[in-house]
Write a protein that binds this ligand. Structure first.
Ligand code: PLP
Length: 446
């Protein structure tokens, strides 16, 4: 905990903290951003390549084990779509033109888990499963990966357990894949986790532990219980290199998608990415990956709820995982359950502090309005967390970022990362949509 004196010192040193603690939306540009050439990072392109090779080894497994993967290339990937209708809708709503092209990276459509957690979460489970099998001498040829899908190693995995703390989506991804492989899997859920996510996990064979506290408390309990078992493995969202690498490989596939669409990327024709942020692992891993491939031609912005600005406070003060939003009197209560995080990942923060261009915060009310707007404009449903990037281009246009970096706004390709939603049940979808619509009406009558 911070003392009152330390808190007061931070408030004097960083005046923007006043607005942040007052729960007002802010845009912060990172003064500590480095060029990729001068960044000091604990992972390299080679690590990403090895991670990608692991995904490739598991292609036969995914194709055989999951019906929805049967006629795919066996890689967990999502489409990149132009959202011209949404661009118009946003321009109308905010009475401002968006310069450049606007795309949606549709991770809400990622197979099996329906969220960005399919990248990091699946990857870490595969990494662990592969290690165990290798140590036991059970992985000798590519055909052994097919045996995995046929359940031939289920009894082997039954003597191992996996644990994870989650606000919902990470639990879904780890739970579904671990149970499929045959692990005993326990998911420690924070208070903000949605009922349907818990129900779905139980249906898939995971053990769900419910907590009254927030995400950090769920993680602490899960870590302790999982590690008490010598055969237990804990997926630690507050400090995981493997989750991070799993997210990073998105960059290889996005590069290909951009090429296929004929999008040129260079420092004169930069990419701007808008990434919803919880602990910072998913947006941090993607930022790291994209920077490895596109260098300084890619500019990454994170988005957090006004009630959960964990990474913003961590990077702004430089204290990273040592401070939480609660230390500054912020409640960490948001409907954006994927982003309901009070303390950032220490592993991811060591990258993000050097690589990201900035962070803006967004109010819950606007998340629902954007959800309804996207549904109307593009017939695309995403969960509230996943809409946070949609106002990114407008937010950054309002700063001096383009000028300072000599960027012609017309040359920018904006990619809004949509991070979850395809597993949300119909009833919840309707309720979210209605909330977005009513919010709009309430606004016009005020
Ligand atoms: C987890 C999640 C994020 C953010 O990922 P972090 O690694 O926690 O920063 C964003 N959107 C959704 C829907 C998520 O589930």
């Amino acid at each position: 905990m911070l003392s009152e004196k330390e808190k007061a010192n931070f408030l004097t040193k960083f005046p923007i903290l006043e607005k942040i603690t007052d729960l007002q939306p802010v845009t912060w540009l990172n003064p500590n951003k480095r060029n990729i050439a001068s960044a000091n990072l604990s992972l390299q392109l080679q690590d990403m390549k090895e991670a990608e090779a692991r995904w490739q080894r598991f292609i036969p497994f995914f194709r055989l084990a999951f019906a929805e993967m049967k006629n795919t290339d066996g890689i967990i990937e999502s489409p990149l779509r132009s959202i011209a209708q949404m661009k118009h809708a946003l321009e109308n709503k905010f009475s401002k033109e968006i310069e450049g092209n606007l795309y949606l990276k549709c991770d809400h459509e990622l197979p099996i888990a329906g969220s960005i957690k399919a990248r990091g979460g699946f990857y870490e489970v595969l990494h662990h499963a592969e290690n165990l099998l290798q140590e036991a001498g059970l992985l000798n040829s590519p055909a052994d990966y097919e045996k995995l899908a046929k359940g031939e190693y289920r009894s082997f995995f039954q003597s191992y357990s996996i644990g994870v703390g989650s606000t919902g989506n990470l639990g879904l991804s780890i739970g579904i894949l671990s149970a499929k492989l045959g692990f005993n899997v326990s998911v420690y859920m924070s208070q903000d986790a949605k009922r349907w996510k818990k129900d779905l996990l139980r249906e898939k064979g995971a053990i769900v532990h419910e907590f009254d506290g927030d995400f950090s408390e769920a993680i602490a309990a899960g870590r302790k219980e999982t590690k008490a078992n010598p055969n237990g493995y804990f997926v630690d969202d507050e400090n995981s290199k493997h989750l991070f690498l799993g997210y990073s490989t998105a960059a290889f596939r996005l590069k290909k998608q951009l090429e296929e669409q004929g999008t040129q990327v260079s420092e004169e024709h930069p990419l701007f990415l808008y990434l919803p942020c919880g602990v910072g692992g998913a947006p941090g891993g993607i930022t790291f990956g994209m920077k490895q491939i596109f260098g300084d031609a890619v500019h990454c912005f994170f988005v957090e709820p006004t009630h959960s600005p964990a990474v913003l406070i961590g990077l702004l003060t430089g204290e990273k995982e040592k401070v939480s939003v609660q230390d500054f009197g912020i409640d960490n209560l948001t409907e954006a359950d994927g982003l309901a995080v009070g303390r950032p990942s220490s592993f991811a923060s060591s990258f993000s502090e050097q690589l990201i261009s900035g962070i803006y915060t967004i109010e819950d009310r606007l998340l629902f309005q954007l959800l309804a707007l996207l549904a109307d404009a593009e017939q695309t449903f995403v969960e509230p967390s996943a809409t946070a990037g949609l106002i990114g281009p407008l937010k950054i246009q309002q700063t001096n970022y383009m000028e300072k970096n000599n960027i012609n706004p017309k040359n920018v390709t904006h990619i809004v990362w949509s991070t979850g939603g395809s597993l949300v049940p119909e009833r919840e979808r309707k309720a979210f949509y209605e909330k977005g619509k009513n919010g709009d009406r309430a606004k016009t009558t005020r």
